[in-house]
Write a protein that binds this ligand. Structure first.
Ligand SMILES: C[S@@+](CC[C@H](N)C(=O)[O-])C[C@H]1O[C@@H](n2cnc3c(N)ncnc32)[C@H](O)[C@@H]1O
Length: 311
C-alpha cells in the first residue's frame, strides 16, 4: 500500500528542487500538451490532478486563457511552487517587468490541496481532466479513475500519462539480485498500458487510446539514479528502508549490482511513459454488441456454439 502521508512528505521535501531533476516529467507534460492540439472541444473548466510545481498547468493556462483552471495536489509545498510559476500580471496594459516590480501579480489558477481519491470538485463540472506522472502513485487505480469520471461532464476528456512496467527495470533487477523476490517491493507497481486501458473502461470511459514511449536516461554512477529519484520525491520504499547498518549494507550491495547494467560506460535508467486519453461518454462506444460498461455479453449457449468447429 502506498502511504499517502509519506508521499506528501516526500513530495513536499522535494518541491524546491523538483524542477531541476524532473526532465522526463517536463517532456511528458509537453507531449501531453501537444496532443491537446488534436482535441477539438470547448474547454471552460480544467482540472490538473497531481499538478506538482505546475509545469503542465502553466501550459494549460497558455492554451486555454479564458478557462477556469484548477491545480490539485496532495502537497502544499508543491502547490506553493506552482503558485510562483503561475503568477500573471493583473493589468495587461502594464509591461510585465513593471507588474513584477510593483507586485501587481495574481495567480489565475485555483490551487487545491487535496487527494485524487476524494476530489473536492462537483460532479460533471469539468471539461478536461489531465494528470501527468501521478497515477503511478495510486495503488487503487479504479477508485481514482472513478473520481475523474465523476467530475467530468458527459463528453469530457481525460488526458493522462503514467509509467509502464519497463520503468527503472535496471534498478528493479539490482534490488532483486540482492533481496530475491522481495526486491520487487522496493519498487512501485507500474501498470501496463493495456491494464490501464481496461481500468478506464471499467470506470465508464469510452474510446480509450493508449500508447507508450521509451526513454533511457544515462548516469555516470548508479548513485546518480538514486539522487535524481530523491530530488523528484520518488524515493518510495528505498528511502524508508535504507536506514540502519543493514539498510546501508544492502543499499551498497544494490548499487554494486546495478553496476552490472553499465553499457558503453554509462549507467542506464529506463523509463516507459504511458500516454492515454479517453472520453467520459455517456454511451460508451467500443464496438458492436457491447453494453455501457464496454462488456461484450454472450450466453453460455452462444459461447459454446462459437467454440464448435466450423462456426
Ligand atoms: C511526479 S510529481 C508530477 C507533478 C506534475 N504533474 C509534473 O508533471 O511535474 C507527482 C505529484 O503527484 C502528487 N500526488 C501523488 N499522489 C497524489 C494523490 N493521491 N492526490 C493528489 N496528488 C498526488 C504528488 O504530491 C506530486 O506533486
Amino acid at each position: 500500500m502506498v502511504n499517502r502521508q509519506h508521499l506528501r512528505q516526500h513530495f513536499s521535501k522535494a518541491a524546491a528542487r523538483y524542477d531541476e531533476a524532473a526532465v522526463l516529467q517536463k517532456l511528458s507534460a509537453q507531449n501531453l500538451d501537444n496532443r491537446l492540439d488534436l482535441m477539438a472541444m470547448q474547454v471552460n473548466q480544467v482540472l490538473d490532478v497531481g499538478a506538482g510545481t505546475g509545469f503542465l498547468t502553466d501550459k494549460l493556462l497558455a492554451r486555454y486563457p479564458h478557462a477556469q483552471i484548477s491545480a490539485l495536489d496532495l502537497s502544499h509545498s508543491m502547490l506553493q511552487q506552482a503558485k510562483r510559476r503561475l503568477m500573471r500580471p493583473i493589468f495587461n496594459w502594464l509591461p510585465p517587468n513593471w507588474s513584477t516590480r510593483l507586485g501587481w501579480l495574481a495567480c489565475p489558477v485555483a490551487l487545491i490541496q487535496a487527494d485524487a481519491y476524494a476530489l473536492p470538485v462537483a460532479d460533471a463540472s469539468q471539461d478536461l481532466v489531465v494528470t501527468n506522472f501521478m497515477l503511478q502513485w495510486c495503488d487503487d487505480l479504479d477508485a481514482v479513475l472513478a473520481e475523474f469520471r465523476r467530475v467530468l461532464r458527459p463528453e469530457g476528456l481525460l488526458m493522462l500519462t503514467s509509467l509502464g512496467p519497463d520503468t527503472l527495470k535496471e534498478l528493479r533487477q539490482a534490488w532483486v539480485s540482492v533481496e530475491g523476490e522481495a526486491g520487487h517491493q522496493r519498487m512501485n507497481h507500474f501498470i501496463d498500458m493495456h491494464d490501464l486501458g481496461d481500468a478506464l473502461i471499467r470506470a465508464g470511459f469510452g474510446q480509450p487510446v493508449m500508447d507508450v514511449e521509451h526513454y533511457t536516461l544515462t548516469y555516470d554512477e548508479p548513485i546518480g539514479v538514486m539522487r535524481d529519484l530523491k530530488a523528484i520525491g520518488a524515493t518510495n520504499a528505498q528511502g524508508e528502508r535504507a536506514q540502519g547498518l543493514t539498510g546501508k549494507t544492502r543499499f551498497k550491495a544494490m548499487l554494486d549490482a546495478y553496476e552490472l547494467a553499465r553499457k558503453q560506460g554509462k549507467i542506464p535508467a529506463s523509463y516507459e511513459i504511458v500516454h492515454g486519453h479517453a472520453w467520459a461518454a455517456e454511451e460508451v462506444m467500443k464496438g458492436p454488441g457491447r453494453n455501457k460498461a464496454g462488456v461484450y455479453e454472450i450466453t453460455l449457449d452462444q459461447f459454446q456454439n462459437q467454440l464448435k468447429p466450423g462456426s
